[in-house]
Design a protein around this ligand. Structure first.
Ligand code: PLI
Length: 459
């Protein structure tokens, strides 16, 4: 039962979207038709949708009011200036380039900051980020601490960069062999794990010594700030706003998916301090996204984003956000269900290796588990394991990540604790019957970002 560890929703609900659950027979048909890929299931067939926290946020009344004051001028929309001021105030960067979503910003940054053959070290890969780095001739190198690859080990900042790994790469390739360091806050595929201020400072100092730039993937930066406040010495009494500002003071710029911590449904941006790099980014944004004053977003979306960013740093909002996710994780842990620990910011990650020890990684346990969860409960989750990791660009072999996970991603301000109870109970029931989960094999494998549209059959 809910107790004081978990704060009530810091909002009243004034608009609702009905959901219904189709029966098991219907779900069986749906999951087969979708080729056992939860990305290919229609929203109408889903009861509780934990596929992603991306673009699935509920906007506030103030954001909806902001939608009505959208200035849809092709150039110089006033909403852009509001967004620019807000980002400059909260993040502290000099320049902002709006994009249609995070990957638009990743594309532009990769174009202007990577020379073919250069390395891009980062704290674990993210699918679209690595794709754009590689598409621009970069070579991704994972330099996250080893503990991040261990689903059981406790570390308060499991997203931290291993400074020895970074130093070794600098020694081996030379500073000129490194395009920039890509530091994600929080680290999605490690389980939504945060990076400490201490680590950010140390990365900055090391990179300064060698003249290497540092760009953050700011996608879930407010969630990262909450963990710093909760866990890092000296930060308990600082505001989330101040912590966010300090985090970015150690970066040269960032890419941002506006679909997560900005509390909107679409959008993104790229930030930097360097004037020359900004000029290059502005030249490219018109090619790929749109004018530098909208970059693929409508004026109304930029307004909602500016308002959403201010709401995201409110203390009650972010505390409830993190603790609602933790509530679901705690319920699963109490029942002995194997999950990534500590529980991260945006999702609870089931450890499919321990959930399905009877399946090898080649039998795609996380994909199989995600499909089965849908079948049993109507809850949609996402594979984050060998399927998401894709193939090595040069050898064509599967990347085989240590973490083979199913992500239960909680949209912001959308579901209640009662929904979390239903999800937990369904998964606990399935765990009791886990041996019945059958492995899968590909019957269609796309060449790029295969997890989105691949199809499978049961072995
Ligand atoms: O989906 P985009 O293009 O707005 O953002 C791409 C992106 C970049 N970095 C990180 C850490 C992400 O999590 C991310 C998108 N994530 C998705 C879609 C997700 O479901 O996690």
């Amino acid at each position: 039962m809910l107790d004081k560890r978990y704060p009530a929703e810091p909002f009243r609900i004034k608009s609702v979207e009905p959901v219904t659950m189709i029966n098991r027979e219907q779900r069986e048909e749906v999951v087969k038709k979708a080729g056992y890929n939860t990305f290919l299931i229609d929203s109408k067939d889903v009861y509780i949708d934990l596929l992603t926290d991306s673009g699935t946020n509920a906007m506030s009344d103030r954001q909806w009011a902001g939608i009505m004051v959208g200035d849809e001028a092709y150039a110089g929309s006033r909403n852009f200036y509001h967004l620019q001021e807000t980002v400059q105030e909260l993040f502290g960067f000099k320049h902002i380039v709006p994009t249609h979503q995070g990957r638009g910003a990743e594309n532009i940054l990769s174009h202007i900051a990577i020379k073919p053959g250069q390395y891009v070290p980062g704290n674990m890969y993210f699918t679209t980020t690595r794709y754009h780095q590689e598409a621009n001739g970069g070579i991704f190198k994972d330099i996250i601490i080893d503990d991040a690859h261990d689903s059981i080990k406790y570390h308060p900042f499991k997203g931290n960069i291993d400074l020895n790994k970074l130093q070794a790469l600098i020694d081996e390739k030379g500073p000129e062999g490194i395009a920039y360091v890509c530091l994600a806050v929080t680290v999605n595929l490690a389980g939504g794990q945060p990076v400490s201020i201490e680590n950010m400072k140390a990365v900055r100092a090391l990179c300064n010594k060698h003249g290497i730039r540092v760009f953050y993937d700011a996608t879930r930066c407010v969630e990262n700030a909450y963990f710093i406040k909760e866990r890092e010495e000296g930060y308990a009494d600082k505001s989330i706003k101040d912590i966010v500002h300090e985090m970015f003071s150690y970066a040269d710029g960032c890419t941002m998916s506006g679909k997560k911590d900005c509390l909107t449904n679409i959008g993104g941006f790229l930030c930097m301090n360097d004037d020359d790099l900004f000029l290059e980014a502005k030249e490219l944004v018109v090619v790929y996204e749109g004018m530098p004053s909208y970059g693929g977003m409508a004026g109304r979306d930029m307004e909602a984003m500016a308002i959403g960013l201010k709401e995201s740093i409110q203390e009650e909002y972010i505390e409830h956000r993190i603790k609602q996710v933790r509530y679901l994780g705690d319920r699963l842990l109490e029942a002995g269900v194997p999950i990534v620990e500590p529980i991260g910011g945006h999702a609870v990650f089931l450890d499919a290796r321990r959930f399905c020890p009877h399946l090898t990684q080649e039998e795609l346990p996380a994909q199989a588990l995600a499909a089965r969860i849908y079948l049993e409960s109507g809850v949609r989750t996402m594979e984050r394991g060998i399927v998401s990791a894709g193939r090595d660009k040069n050898t064509g072999k599967n990347h085989a990540p240590k973490l083979e996970l199913v992500r239960l991603t909680i949209p912001r301000r959308v579901y209640t604790y009662a929904h979390m109870d239903i999800v937990a109970e369904s998964i606990i029931d399935l765990y009791k019957n886990k041996e019945s989960i059958r492995g899968l094999r590909f019957i269609y494998e796309p060449k790029m970002l295969r997890f989105f549209t691949a199809r499978f059959e049961e072995i």
